[in-house]
Write a protein that binds this ligand. Structure first.
Ligand SMILES: [Zn+2]
Length: 354
């Protein structure tokens, strides 16, 4: 092993042991082959070409966005037949948090498709909330949820999702997000939904600039008053927007592997705008989006940036710090936990980049 490889391996080990946070991942994106295979068995489902766990494993090896969407819609979502099946995802989430030593995660849950399949909202959020409590009890890790009201099904559906959230308050459900097909659902269509969410003290975030040009980010921050930008990579097109995001210190939830996967704005990791954003002084955080589906873990998102020479260990620690402070957590707790993390870093051979 050459010197840099040894150093990278040492940093990986250090990073793995460091308590981390993650603020952009989807519960359904945590579904493992084991989970879907169990659901196929339990729910006695038949899919063409899937007769064994090995067959299913092959389906999970997606190579394009179309294959990913097909896997997601035709297999993953269809395998959930009753509300209790969501408990499998809670187990997957718990194992993922433990594997990556994530002590606080904010996870999206998109109820629309489940509701269309006849699931009961109250039962679903009860499972999420009890799941979060169980993870805290057994692992001392906090999980909070954002309900993705979705832009794929129109504003009326999104308002309905918001009303369901407001009528079924749960400790672990802290806000709403806007995910789904960005091109189909412009931010301006969701102004009323986000206004009402804010009036009811919910936190609000949105995917923006993942698939659509910089104007989508402008609209999301100005019209929806979002607290964080999901992805936001098309901000690179607009220096004025980059200044704005920097000046307002709005956290960017960047997910490199996901962006490489969709291939819309980023074709190769070396050209990912994450470096330009950090160099510009923007508040960049690092996340996975759909860990098991993209075959990535949070630790890999850091390592891919190190191994390709995009960031130094110090800069990666800066991303880790930004992600920590972009969390929605009690401010005192945030400061206290950061103190502990900082103490570990100070004892190491690495230091956080300024
Ligand atoms: Zn996402």
């Amino acid at each position: 092993m050459n010197k840099s490889k040894t150093e990278n391996a040492q940093f990986r080990e250090f990073l793995l042991n460091l308590p981390k946070t993650e603020i952009h991942l989807h519960l359904e994106g945590l579904a493992t082959v084991d989970t879907i295979w169990s659901l196929i068995q339990v729910n006695k489902l038949n899919y063409p070409d899937i007769n064994s766990k090995e067959d299913l494993k092959k389906e999970f090896l997606v190579n394009s966005l179309n294959e990913f969407i097909s896997l997601f819609i035709n297999i993953i979502q269809n395998s959930f037949i009753k509300e209790d099946d969501i408990k499998y995802l809670i187990k997957d989430a718990k194992e993922y948090l433990v594997r990556n030593n994530i002590f606080h995660a904010e996870i999206f849950f998109a109820p629309t498709k489940f509701l269309q399949n006849g699931f009961d909202f109250q039962k679903m959020v009860t499972i999420l909330d009890e799941g979060a409590k169980e993870i805290f009890k057994t692992e001392k890790r906090t999980v909070k949820f954002f309900i993705d009201v979705s832009r794929s099904f129109g504003p009326e559906n999104a308002m309905n999702n918001l009303d369901l959230v407001l009528n079924n308050p749960k400790e672990s459900i802290i806000g709403i997000g806007l995910g789904g097909a960005e091109i189909q659902g412009p931010a301006r269509d969701y102004i009323q939904v986000f206004k009402k969410a804010k009036e009811n003290n919910l936190h609000v975030v949105a995917h923006a600039g993942e698939d659509v040009d910089a104007y989508s980010i402008w609209d999301s921050v100005r019209l929806l008053n979002i607290e964080r930008v999901g992805h936001g990579i098309s901000a690179i097109q607009d220096p004025e927007l980059m200044d704005y995001l920097k000046d307002k210190n709005i956290p960017m939830e960047v997910c490199p592997t996901s962006n490489l996967f969709t291939q819309h704005f980023v074709k190769v990791i070396e050209k990912h705008p994450i470096k330009a954003f950090l160099d510009h002084g923007m508040n960049v955080t690092l996340n996975t989006d759909d860990p098991t589906l993209f075959g990535s873990e949070l630790i890999n998102e850091y390592m891919i940036l190190l191994e390709n020479g995009i960031f130094t260990p110090g800069e990666l620690l800066k991303l880790l710090k930004n992600t920590h402070f972009a969390c929605i957590m009690d401010e005192q707790q945030k400061k206290a936990t950061w103190k502990q993390i900082e103490a570990i870093i100070q004892k190491s051979q690495w230091s956080i980049a300024e």
